[in-house]
Design a protein around this ligand. Structure first.
Ligand code: ZN
Length: 145
């Protein structure tokens, strides 16, 4: 069963997280914390109007949370905010087991769907996405000020 949870793609993203590092300056950032597991992540976003042009993250967490954050940064860069939030909904549905994963739209993220059998792990897989959403909301507020 653990082989399902820790697929190679997850181990690879955990070992070599993509877009790892603080962004200075950024258009928005947010910190997320998953007390159940001890995962901490900070997500930084750069936006151009409605489009997300860059996403980075820092933090400490388990393999699932780190891999999820790494994959998230790659998946949402270049998307509009609305597209990214729609993908978040899809990811959330898939990792909770509420919806069948669509490999075409999820890509590598589909590897995270093994967590659906481990409810404690679902928060690890969605932490970076919740934090992204908070960072984007921060970015929107900053722009409208
Ligand atoms: Zn975790």
């Amino acid at each position: 069963m653990l082989d399902d949870l820790y697929q190679d793609v997850i181990l690879d993203h955990n070992r070599r997280p993509r877009n790892f590092g603080a962004m200075e300056p950024s258009d928005g950032h947010a910190e997320g914390h998953n007390p159940l597991c001890g995962d901490c992540v900070t997500v930084f976003v750069k936006t151009d109007g409605e489009r997300i042009v860059d996403v980075t993250f820092t933090g400490n967490g388990c393999a699932i949370s780190t891999a999820s954050a790494s994959m998230m940064t790659e998946a949402v860069t270049g998307k509009t905010v609305a597209e990214a939030l729609a993908l978040f909904d899809e990811v959330q549905g898939a990792v909770r087991g509420d919806a069948e994963p669509d490999d075409e739209s999820l890509g590598e993220i589909a590897a995270l769907c093994g967590v659906k059998d481990y409810p404690m792990r679902v928060k690890c897989a969605t932490l970076a996405w919740h934090t992204l959403k908070a960072a984007l909301e921060g970015a929107t507020v900053a722009e409208s000020d």
